[in-house]
Design a protein around this ligand. Structure first.
Ligand code: GCB
Length: 608
């Protein structure tokens, strides 16, 4: 029976995992920003989407003027029209709605956005794409009253070609719904704030008729003297000459596209200055096709594991990490800009990190670009978090779409060394099948990075001090990562002193979370919950205890900065914030920040 179930499930998985692609490296393309002031209509009853018989306007041939996406305006005083975009309020894009207006703070539901814009193509046969960095969570996009399509997932890019749909004056209307859904990725239950809205940049990308849609330029993971990858054209595609050039490295060669517009290559190269945290060298890479040129800044490195070691360019590294949510505490809201990335990653550098875990969903592209520039290795994650619907093929399709979209977006990022499949998911056969399929998908898309997932520890009744990591998932990832909260959710920090570990895998071990809550500026003895002293003591003891794990090759404690979470209601202490940050919501460094900083400084000066 179980075998049959599994086969059926896998068939469903396989038949539902094809994806549409977004153009990569958006920041180096010809773009026009649609960021700025947008009109909004709050629509809890979805009046703009359904008539009073609950029939959806976007599935009707003639939706009529009541549908908000038709952007209609009262014709004369006799017409009854119960919305008016021109007099509706405004909001800034990018940016979540939750913290732009007080009345939107706790709102979960539908909000409509409208932007009017005019656009002139630079050249007659150029093409134009409408690209969204991310919209949380579910969106439908309409241009000049016509539906372009939909997207599910709040942290990944999507786009539509609008070449033939553009007019001189355009009305772009976006339906955004951030309702949490049991079958969603993430599901209804998380420990972060459900910021709604168009949370990342919106741009028009103009390309030549035939353009470089995608490319993968990486070192062969088994041979650092070899460059491998592909270029993918979109348009008139076969028999086109492609030139790849890395001027500073003296690399220049040509290759030819096949009938699908793909040009694969393998090229011997001289030794490069490999990307490392100490020397985050990025090379200018020019890719020319007969009609297009794309320039990117790419670092080159290899990353592998060998038994318990993580080898960066063949040398064992210890990942001095920290977990980060995509939030700017000063603005109280989703982080989305280059300045936000500088703030967050600047703090991580100050802490002595060479690694960041970008939890629990794909962060924006500025974070990835800055990490490449600053020399921070990156763990990227998809929001397969806690208890999701493992048996639902749509849930799998959603997860696999988010995973393949982020891999597609960041596959040339040297900093990105780990794709994480999940966080603290409860062990069961359907969960193992689901994650095994995701792991195969990730490996099929990218063989140049490592896989991991944040797993859990457990104890047996006869020995409550022996912490065990035994999980089928550990067998098909490269790094055995787990979260542990000994001393916070599990006893007091002194419990760490007598703890021992059973982790029966010949693989690197990584502690993806440990931590304790502390309100910045609250001082008491080290047994008082939420005092800085408690948190600092837990950090001291954790650092000592974790080092007794033989295969330990890194950690990313929870978390860099306090972040908003509706689960955290303790008045006067939490006030809606998860207080496990090493930095408070006003940028105050807590005592534990300095404990970890000292440990990381001493680790950095160790010779391997
Ligand atoms: C965890 C979760 C993280 C939470 C954290 C906490 O294990 O992975 O998302 O925020 O614990 O603070 O409880």
């Amino acid at each position: 029976m179980r075998v049959l179930q599994t086969i059926l499930f896998l068939l469903l998985f396989i038949s539902t995992s094809t994806q549409a692609q977004s153009i990569i490296n958006v920041h180096d393309r010809t773009t026009t920003s649609l960021n700025g002031t947008w009109k909004v209509l709050i629509d809890p009853y979805e009046n703009g989407l359904y008539n009073y018989r609950l029939q959806p306007f976007d599935e009707m041939e003639n939706p009529g003027r009541a549908a908000y996406f038709t952007d209609s305006k009262q014709r004369d005083k006799t017409e009854l029209l119960e919305y008016d975009w021109d007099t509706s309020p405004t909001i800034q894009v990018p940016g979540d709605w939750s913290h732009q207006k007080d009345e939107f703070k706790w709102y979960e539901g539908t909000m409509w956005y409208r932007k009017k814009f005019s656009y002139q193509k630079q050249e007659g046969n150029n093409r134009v794409f409408l690209h969204f960095g991310a919209v949380n969570y579910y969106s439908k996009v309409f241009l000049n009253g016509e539906k372009l399509g939909e997207n599910i997932g709040g942290f990944t890019p999507f786009q539509f070609e609008i070449t033939d749909k553009l007019k001189e004056e355009n009305s772009l209307v976006v339906y955004v719904n951030n309702n949490r859904k049991p079958e969603g990725i993430p599901t209804v239950n998380t420990d972060w704030f459900n910021y709604g809205g168009i949370t990342r940049d919106v741009v028009l990308i103009e390309t030549p008729g035939t353009f470089i849609e995608d490319y993968f330029v990486q070192l062969n993971p088994d041979n650092a003297r070899e460059l491998t990858g592909y270029i993918q054209l979109n348009g008139v595609v076969s028999d086109q000459e492609i030139t790849i050039e890395i001027p500073e490295a003296g690399v220049k060669f040509t290759t030819q596209t096949n009938t699908e517009g793909k040009a694969e290559f393998t090229k011997k190269i001289k030794k490069l200055r490999y990307w490392t945290p100490e020397d985050p060298k990025l090379y200018t890479v020019n890719i020319h096709s007969e009609t297009d040129l794309v320039t990117d800044q790419i670092g080159f490195r290899t990353i592998k594991t060998d038994g318990p070691d993580i080898l960066l360019n063949g040398k064992s590294v210890f990942l001095r990490g920290i977990s980060i949510h995509e939030e700017n505490p000063y603005r109280v809201g989703r982080a989305y800009s280059e300045a936000d990335a500088e703030l967050l990653l600047g703090w991580a550098k100050d802490l002595g990190c060479n690694f960041v875990r970008l939890a629990h969903y794909p962060h924006n592209e500025y974070m990835i670009e800055k990490a490449n520039e600053l020399g921070l290795m990156v763990w990227e994650e998809v929001p397969v978090y806690w208890t999701i619907h493992w048996n639902n093929p749509d849930t799998y399709k959603n997860a696999s779409n988010q995973l393949s979209t982020v891999i597609n977006r960041d596959k040339n990022s040297a900093a990105t060394i780990i794709w994480s499949l999940a966080n603290e998911t409860p062990v069961s056969d359907p969960r193992n099948d689901f994650l095994f399929e995701l792991s195969k998908l990730a490996r099929s898309l990218d063989n140049t990075r490592l896989l991991s997932a944040a797993m859990e520890v457990h104890t047996e009744p006869d020995n409550p001090l022996e912490f065990i990591v035994e999980d089928k998932l550990a067998e098909f990832v490269d790094i055995v990562a787990f979260n542990e909260y000994i001393g916070w959710y599990n006893g007091l920090p002194s419990k760490l002193e007598n703890s021992s570990w059973k982790i029966p895998y010949d693989k690197p071990v990584f502690i993806s979370e440990f931590g304790a809550g502390a309100k910045a500026g609250f001082h008491a003895d080290s047994l008082t919950r939420f005092s800085e002293e408690y948190q600092a003591d837990l950090y001291k003891r954790s650092i000592t205890a974790l080092q007794s794990i033989e295969n330990l090759r890194g950690m990313s404690p929870w978390i860099l900065v306090d972040f908003r979470s509706p689960r955290r209601q303790l008045t006067g202490i939490q006030d809606g914030w998860n207080r496990k940050g090493l930095i408070g919501d006003q940028g105050e460094k807590k005592q534990a920040f300095y404990i970890l900083q000292e440990f990381y400084r001493s680790k950095a000066s160790e010779k391997h």
